[in-house]
Design a protein around this ligand. Structure first.
Ligand code: NAD
Length: 276
């Protein structure tokens, strides 16, 4: 029986796709922006850090890639409307949204400050939900982009189980895991051609990870950053921290047509942490 030959390299390519990445100025978000652009997408990166964001977009354009920066606070709904409208106006569509912006506050539960809690929930939950809302409005049939798409929400291993001194963050990342599944099921059943998946990074070597390890020392839960790191790595079968590119590669897969039948999934990129 003859069989159509599929070019699997093309299946992973993002040529002619348009992406919006929140929190794209540094860390994991920066690497996601670099990965999507180098895989062929036009990328609008947004962040509250404007200098770094402009510099990244300029660097990518200097390499012949397509990238623009726009300042956006993800906790503000009006700024989501503006960001989605801007990416469609600039690049002619919207196929990929990566809800990457997120913050972490470490505190023992007994000392949790209400303002900190509210800020974590506003950015990590409301920011992601608002991103899904405005991307779905644009991507669904009849929307200003209208061709369906892929939404990728960056959760965490902290969205899968408990971690001491991290209750606000784990609450928010657990919410991201489940809101992703609701958006996925709804969008699939309404035949919008929109997929929605979550990625669960382990500890990734970024400024956030450095602050996280230092936080255990500050809270007197570890004697030193080195001891804090060793205690964490003892729980990672691969015995090392992850790198931003490990997460960026997972984003490229979920964004691409190779993941056509994948929605509502949670992709653990954690060196085996949750396999134990
Ligand atoms: N680094 C890790 O070990 C790790 C592990 C699991 C999950 N994550 C998640 O990955 C994502 C990226 O983390 P990172 O390590 O690169 O952190 P980071 O702090 O280095 O970068 C986060 C980015 O989000 C931006 N941001 C913060 N608040 C914002 C707001 N209100 N509006 C728009 N942008 C905002 C920051 O300015 C920054 O550029 C986060 O959602 C984080 O929770 C990180």
């Amino acid at each position: 029986m003859s069989h159509a030959v599929i070019d699997y390299r093309n299946l992973f390519a993002l040529d002619r796709k348009v992406a919006l990445v929140s929190g794209g100025s540094r860390g994991i978000g920066e690497e996601i922006v670099r990965a999507l652009a180098s895989a062929g997408a036009s990328v609008m990166l947004t962040d509250i850090l404007a200098d770094e964001g402009h510099a990244l977009a300029k660097d990518l354009r200097g390499r012949g890639l397509r990238a623009e920066f726009m300042r956006q606070d993800v906790a503000d709904e009006v700024q989501w409307e503006m960001a989605v409208a801007a990416v469609v106006a600039k690049f002619g569509g919207l196929d990929i949204l990566v809800n990457n912006a997120g913050i972490e506050k470490q505190s023992l539960i007994a000392d949790l400050c209400f303002e900190d809690l509210q800020k974590v929930l506003d950015i990590n939950i409301s920011g992601v939900l608002l991103g899904c809302k405005h991307a779905v409005r644009a991507m669904r049939p009849g929307g200003i982009a209208g061709k369906g798409g892929s939404i990728i929400n960056i959760s965490s291993i902290a969205g899968l189980g408990g971690i001491p001194a991290l209750s606000a963050y784990t609450a928010s990342k657990g919410a991201v895991r489940l809101l992703t599944k609701s958006v996925a099921v709804e969008c699939a059943q309404l035949r919008t051609a929109i997929r929605c998946n979550s990625i669960h990074p382990g500890l990734i070597d970024t400024q956030m990870a450095a602050r996280f390890l230092q936080g255990f020392v500050d809270l007197k839960l570890a004697e030193s950053v080195q001891a804090s790191k060793e205690a964490f790595l003892n729980q990672v079968p691969m015995g090392e921290l992850g790198r931003p590119q490990d997460i960026a590669a997972a984003v490229v897969y979920l964004a691409s047509d190779a993941a056509r039948y994948v929605t509502g999934a949670e992709l653990h990129v954690d060196g085996g942490y949750y396999a134990m």
